[in-house]
Write a protein that binds this ligand. Structure first.
Ligand SMILES: N[C@@H](CCC(=O)N[C@@H](CS)C(=O)NCC(=O)O)C(=O)O
Length: 211
């Protein structure tokens, strides 16, 4: 059955389109245009009470009844557990996936997101402190990933939902002013991910209305 993906063309939105493509699950995109405040629509709030994309509705939930899920990390875990794909069965391996998934949702998302915010401010006086602080932290996080990827093909060893989570943000590295050449292991991983046909589809499927 077709999963509804309520989303927009942003890093957090892309994580889920990539995961759905990689898992081969049929889905339909329901655009929630956050530039038009559609995330505050009461109908959307019933599935995403924190007024943020992404959210999904799976008509075929664990007990056969529909289920909605908000928060991208929870969605990735739900889909991994549902399909048994990109979510290992071995508990030690699961811990590794959880570590890198939480690393993303707790840090490598909020920090580059602040860079996007401060970089867009017009007044230098408003911009300078936040941009310097969050750019430094974002670069530190890229360094953490680069060291990890020096001796691991993927963040948690085998490819997993943690890679999809991190990919959504690396996809916007130019916007948070990071040159991937400074982080060669992240660059190698990013290119390898982009060469996967399903990931490429997930990164290019339209997530905003035309026109
Ligand atoms: N922790 C959330 C963050 C989601 C998030 O920040 N979504 C942004 C777009 S990338 C959003 O919907 N912003 C609209 C708003 O805050 O009103 C997740 O991982 O799903």
């Amino acid at each position: 059955m077709t999963v509804q993906l309520h989303t927009f063309d942003t890093p957090n939105g892309r994580k889920i389109s990539v995961a759905l493509e990689e898992m081969g699950l049929p889905y339909e995109v329901r655009v929630v245009d956050i530039t038009q405040n559609e995330q505050f629509d009461p109908a959307f709030l019933t599935i995403s009470p924190n007024n943020k994309i992404p959210a999904i509705v799976d008509p075929d939930g664990p007990d056969g009844r529909p289920i909605s899920v908000f928060e991208s990390g929870a969605i990735l875990l739900y889909l991994g557990m549902k399909t048994g794909r990109f979510w290992p069965t071995d508990r030690r391996a699961q811990v590794s996936v959880l570590e890198w998934l939480m690393f993303q949702v707790g840090g490598f998302g909020p920090m580059p997101g602040q860079v996007h915010h401060f970089a867009a401010l017009e007044r230098e006086a408003d911009r300078a402190y936040g941009l310097a602080r969050f750019s430094a932290e974002t670069r530190r996080l890229y360094g953490v990933m680069d060291r990890r990827l020096a001796d691991h093909a993927f963040l948690a060893g085998e490819i997993s939902i943690a890679d999809f989570a991190i990919l959504g943000w690396v996809w916007r590295h130019e916007r948070h002013r990071v040159d991937l050449a400074d982080f060669p292991n992240v660059q190698r991983w990013y290119r390898a991910m982009g060469e996967r046909p399903a990931t490429a589809r997930g990164l290019s499927v339209p997530l905003r209305r035309a026109g």
